[in-house]
Design a protein around this ligand. Structure first.
Ligand code: NOJ
Length: 578
């Protein structure tokens, strides 16, 4: 159990458990998925603002830093940026604890900087998607300060309170708390408040219509500014069973089953859609997908008028220390594709700010294979159906920093879990090994711009150490090399943008029992592309039964791409079949 809880915290957002349920038996219509939408055709580049570029020399990335790199972002060919939270925050969880939803975090700059950033992106035809963190706020938000001040505060019901005179509340698991206890006693009013994440992230009460209106107004504020979408943070948890039942012993091992998609969640999403989303040309993506395929699908089924894109975690949960099986990988991605084949829309990604680095987890960060395996994974992301999300730095094949000293870690959730493990006498050696492989701080080290001090990220001491390999892995060096992962990423993005078949085309898995090579076709309106990906560091052969004699190579990560299905280590090839 200790191990399980530990893994849960490391993976943190493996909230999609229990995927046994197939889609409903209702007849499918083709309408939805062939219906062209900008957000289906988008290539999303995720920017973690804290680590991207520091313009004011305080060691923390900021909006002016991003502005200074707009031409770089444009040069990637991406068409949308997802920015992690930039709102005012005391930073207990790097901005996922918002203290003012209508203001910019001091570390990041001002509203003028934001307006300039939005303008700069739009001038370059790049959309902006913002995080919306409304399962919880910061405990330093004025709503919470009011709420905790008295039982009769008009804000009391903006949060979930349990009066101590009723005894102790039924246990609830917290992902980030040192004691994993999601109830925190507040002596001021002698009551406990609920926090699924850290103590400084009290959960908002979505049953309160006033709170819901506040959120919709916040959304309108940003949509009126002209942003192009919202990524709903942890929203699957927003609705709670407020009869507060006692959960069975061991529930914490599968807490998602009890937390995700409860009660009126779909009603809230429908309301949000009719009050805000439907009034703007914005995309909406929900982090996490609930417990079943049906849960995932229901949130984004166009006929239900809720959100428009699912973001399932099952894929990023695959890698473990010691490796993973390609069969498992194929099964997961093929299954998700099949559920969303006709209706509903998926995101495709292998990394984000809650994960360690893509190449270290899914490929190989051994210098011999790093670039090849990174390009192979990039090929996968850019050739699957669903909107690709690509995490900043992965275009350089940035690797895990793999810190071995706890003092190098910054993530509060990790530091709390470290303390928790110490308190319960956990195996600290194993714990540290786990962090070096999976901790999300691995994905948050500063962007490696060049080989100057601190990788050109900052002139000050960076808020988190720069990966020591920045002199070898950096954007400046890769700009000069036509075969760099950076330039390969640009080619892969262009390929996707030039081929609608990669967006809307039917996906068919081939040679499904091949342990080494992932092969699939994408087909649309008579056009057929074949993708071959060798996931191994040895040569392997794809047995697709297709004749590659006349096939045209559209993209490959070797100078002389395979013409017969036998692939070199980590080889990736995209062909157009004649
Ligand atoms: C999900 C976010 O991606 C993660 O970074 C954050 O810690 C939690 N939600 C809590 O907001």
């Amino acid at each position: 159990m200790r191990k399980l809880v530990f893994q849960t915290v490391i993976v943190i957002f493996a909230l999609t458990a229990g995927l046994g349920c197939r889609n409903e038996n209702k007849p499918m219509r083709d309408k939805d998925n062939n219906d062209r939408k900008w957000w289906k055709e988008a290539v999303v580049y995720q920017i973690y603002p804290r680590s991207f570029k520091d313009a004011n020399g305080d060691g923390v990335g900021d909006l002016k830093g991003i502005i200074s790199k707009l031409d770089y972002i444009k040069s990637l060919g991406v068409t949308a940026v997802w920015l992690n939270p930039i709102y005012s925050s005391p930073n207990d969880d790097n901005g996922y604890d918002v203290s003012d939803y209508r203001n910019i975090m001091k570390d990041f700059g001002t509203m003028d900087d934001f307006d300039a950033l939005l303008k700069g992106l739009h001038e370059r035809n790049i959309k902006l998607v913002m995080d919306l963190v409304v399962n919880h706020s910061s405990d330093e938000h004025k709503w919470f300060k009011q709420s905790r001040s008295s039982h009769t505060s008009p804000y009391r019901d903006y949060y979930h309170w349990w009066n101590a005179e009723r005894g102790t509340p039924p246990a609830r698991y917290s992902l980030f708390d040192v004691n994993h206890d999601a109830w925190r006693y507040d002596s001021l009013t002698k009551a406990y408040y609920l926090h699924y994440f850290s103590r400084k992230q009290p959960d908002l009460n979505w049953e309160n219509p006033k709170l819901r209106q506040e959120v919709y107004n916040i959304m309108k504020f940003w949509a009126d500014k002209g942003i192009d979408g919202f990524r709903l943070d942890a929203f699957g948890f927003a609705a709670k069973d407020t009869t507060w039942p006692v959960y069975p012993k061991g529930y914490e091992k599968e807490f998602s089953k009890y937390y995700a998609i409860q009660g009126h969640l779909h009603d809230y999403l429908k309301e949000m859609n009719s009050e805000v989303l439907s009034k703007y040309d914005v995309m909406s993506v929900a982090e996490g997908t609930g417990n079943t395929y049906k849960d995932a699908h229901d949130m984004v089924d166009a006929d239900r008028n809720e959100l428009n894109m699912a973001y399932p975690f099952e894929g990023v949960d695959i890698p473990k220390i010691g490796g993973y099986s390609l069969m498992h990988f194929k099964q997961v991605f093929s299954k998700w594709d099949s559920v969303f084949a006709k209706k509903g829309w998926l995101s495709v990604f292998l990394a984000n700010h809650d994960q360690a680095r893509m190449v270290s987890r899914f490929g190989s960060d051994d210098p011999k294979y790093r670039d090849l395996s990174s390009k192979m994974l990039t090929t996968f992301i850019m050739t699957m159906r669903g909107t690709p999300y690509y995490y900043n730095g992965d275009e350089l094949a940035m690797t895990n920093a793999g810190f071995t000293d706890i003092n190098d870690y910054r993530d509060k959730a990790t530091l709390n879990e470290y303390q928790h493990q110490k308190n319960i006498g956990g195996n600290m050696q194993e714990f540290m090994k786990g962090l070096a492989f999976s901790c999300r701080d691995n994905g948050r080290t500063p962007f490696q711009w060049d080989e100057s001090t601190n990788s050109g990220f900052t002139t000050a001491t960076p808020w988190i150490k720069v990966n020591s390999n920045y002199k070898t892995i950096n954007a400046a060096a890769q700009e000069k090399d036509p075969n760099s992962t950076l330039n390969y990423f640009r080619r892969a993005v262009k390929l996707r943008k030039d081929n609608l078949v990669l967006v809307y085309g039917k996906y068919t898995l081939l040679d499904k029992n091949n342990l080494d090579v992932y092969s699939y076709t994408r087909e649309l309106d008579g056009k057929k592309l074949l993708v071959l990906l060798n996931f191994k560091n040895y040569a392997a052969t794809a047995a697709t039964g297709l004749n590659l004699g006349k096939a045209k190579v559209l993209l490959g990560n070797y100078s002389d791409p395979s013409k017969n299905g036998t692939l070199l280590p980590y080889e990736a090839v995209v062909y157009e079949l004649q």
